[in-house]
Design a protein around this ligand. Structure first.
Ligand SMILES: Nc1nc2c(ncn2[C@@H]2O[C@H](COP(=O)(O)OP(=O)(O)O)[C@@H](O)[C@H]2O)c(=O)[nH]1
Ligand SMILES: [Mg+2]
Length: 362
């Protein structure tokens, strides 16, 4: 299962530039999802993961296997015309299939690039888009309410279930009408399952990227995110895109000059993982240093299943160290001597950065 980020926003905000800046793939080499569609898909191998790099170095591993993400950018949503809004509605089904939504807002100044609505106003662009998302969700929920109200009038095998769902969608509609995110709607486990099936836009984690010029990297923006948005970050899209073309040495020089301390790929993935509720754990040795994606709160035996079903089936124990402990000790052997390498059972809740070696028997 690949985790997919949707990159969305107004026209000319720099969505495709951001896709290139995060993936390191030049714009002309980004594959189009459908020829002429204006949307691109990039697979991002998270090679800049500092922990993975350190593990690789410590074990002198023959290879490194990072986690991969898919980034899909969409044509700009022009909400200034009804044709533009219709166009956005047609894109929504694809956006909803993504796990995380990233809104790219334009803050960079450039005379040669037309500005959406002839203005550079990230706050107005953000408010307009989130409002439109709420509307799109309200439409979807209202259609469901109509359907359920009709169906519960007749006796049917699903009538009880339909009643429960109707109650849930009505509460969702009420929340949307008040501009509240759906994760604030109190629900039980059964309802959570139902809700998941709706894949409403505002149910997704939403993040904001401010696409700025190189000279604005350390400027603070007074952007009001509102309750729907889980986080924001500033990226100099064009500048970051150009960094990939440089040698490591030149890159460091340019970054220092611009006051950029960490490349956007690393920052975005960190924020994305947090937004989606995922963590990374690692397996590492002479053959391979490898990062694995895991849902936050998952147990050691579930993490084992990500690697191979045999390992979860024949699970004996998980020999676990935190990345920090391993680095502080300098080797597995020393970590064991200092009691930092623990023997964990099936139910151990894996933590972000755990380095695990499984013992199993099949
Ligand atoms: N000066 C400057 N230009 C940018 C920046 N980001 C994008 N652009 C330019 O803006 C234009 C539109 O960018 P693009 O990524 O295609 O926007 P999209 O329509 O949102 O995908 C292109 O000519 C980019 O080179 C930036 O950070 N600074
Ligand atoms: Mg584009």
């Amino acid at each position: 299962m690949a985790v997919r980020f949707a990159v969305i926003g107004p026209p000319f905000s720099g969505k495709t530039t951001i896709l290139s800046a995060i993936s390191g793939i030049a714009v002309q080499d980004l594959p189009e999802v459908q020829p002429g569609s204006g949307s691109h898909l990039a697979t991002v191998r998270y090679l800049q993961d500092p922990r993975l790099q350190a593990l690789h170095k410590m074990h002198n591993s023959k290879k490194t296997t990072p986690v991969s993400f898919e980034l899909m950018d969409f044509p700009g949503f022009d909400l200034s015309t009804s044709a533009g809004r219709d166009h956005m509605r047609r894109q929504v089904a694809d956006v909803r299939q993504c796990d995380l939504l990233i809104i790219v807002l334009r803050a960079f100044e450039d005379e040669t690039t037309p500005a959406y609505r002839d203005r550079i106003n990230p706050q107005a662009d953000l408010d307009e888009l989130t409002e439109e998302f709420v509307f799109a969700d309200m439409e979807q929920v209202s259609r469901r309410i109509e359907k359920l109200e009709a169906s519960i009038k007749k006796p049917s095998a699903t009538r009880d279930l339909d009643k429960k769902e109707l109650d849930l969608v009505k509460r969702c509609l009420a929340a949307l009408e008040q501009g509240k995110p759906l994760d604030q709607v109190p629900i039980n486990a059964e309802e959570a399952k139902l809700l998941k099936g709706f894949t409403l836009l505002t149910q997704h984690p939403l993040l904001v990227i401010m696409n700025v010029g190189e000279d604005q990297v350390n400027k603070t923006f007074d952007l009001k995110l509102g309750p729907m948005i889980k986080g924001s970050m500033v990226i100099a899209g064009k500048f970051e895109q150009e960094l990939w073309q440089l040698s490591e040495e030149d890159r460091a020089t340019f970054m220092a000059e611009a006051g950029v301390t960490e490349m956007a790929q690393n920052r975005l993935i960190q924020m994305g993982l947090k937004g989606m509720g995922y963590i990374l754990f690692y397996t590492s040795g002479e053959d391979d240093a490898r990062a694995w994606l895991l849902e936050e709160g998952a147990k050691a035996v579930e993490a084992a299943g990500k690697i191979h079903s045999d390992i979860s089936r024949g699970f004996i124990r998980a020999e676990t160290m935190s990345f920090e402990d391993l680095m502080a000790c300098g080797s597995e052997k020393e970590a064991r001597a200092q009691g930092k390498r623990r023997l964990e059972g099936k139910d151990y809740i894996v933590k972000d950065g755990d380095v695990i070696e499984y013992r199993f028997n099949v």
